[in-house]
Design a protein around this ligand. Sequence first.
Ligand code: PEP
Length: 257
Amino acid sequence: MSSRTPLMAGNWKMNLNHLEAIAHVQKLAFALADKDYEACEVAVLPPFTDLRSVQTLVDGDKLKIKYGAQDISAQDSGAYTGEISGSMLAKLKCTYVAIGHSERRQYHNETDELVNAKVKAAYKHGLTPILCVGEGLDIRKAGNQVSYTLAQVDGAFKDVPAEQAESIVIAYEPVWAIGTGEVATPEDAQEVCGAIRGRLAELYSQELADKVRIQYGGSVKAGNVAAIMAQPDVDGALVGGASLDADEFVKIVRFRD
Ligand code: PEP
């Protein structure tokens, strides 16, 4: 049994306004008990416009739910219209920030170089990256999922020192499984998550690799999460659609029940 605490994180994507966000987090907080937080770390990644409301609720009610953003600017400040900086997220006491989600890579042309710059920006401001990697369908069909994903890992960690890298969370999210209802088999998830851990051992050390939490993401639901979590190198899930349903997300958090 690994000593890594599983992290269940809900990526809300572009859903829930700030009022809906409050209601949703209240529902989660009401349902989750101390024993859930002992077994699992629970986080939500709301849209930027919800973060202040979520912070107020979490701070005011001393909730154990963590929260973070879905993206970060590689820049610190200045003439970058529409961007949100790491210092702004840190001021809102975000713990996490998702970086390199496939929807950012696909619709906003985010390259491995930009993802690397964002990882560094996150660390600069004391945020923990949830680095998203994973292959598309054509690459999976060609059997190149491991080499493709490891190249993304190499790019993201370029010049990132071990003291920072050891706290990262990596989400392996095969693009063909995101929002499609087509979940990877537990063996598929383990193959790539295990390879990612192996690459961290090569880039840094086995000790560091053993500390890093690697999540699976892609159509995770209450009904399929236990089998995926049973894999030795899977330490949590990044949950999109199913995280918008509070009851379903709570069941995912309670994957051991
Ligand atoms: C995601 O957005 O990271 C994701 C995994 O989405 P879904 O769970 O809806 O496939």
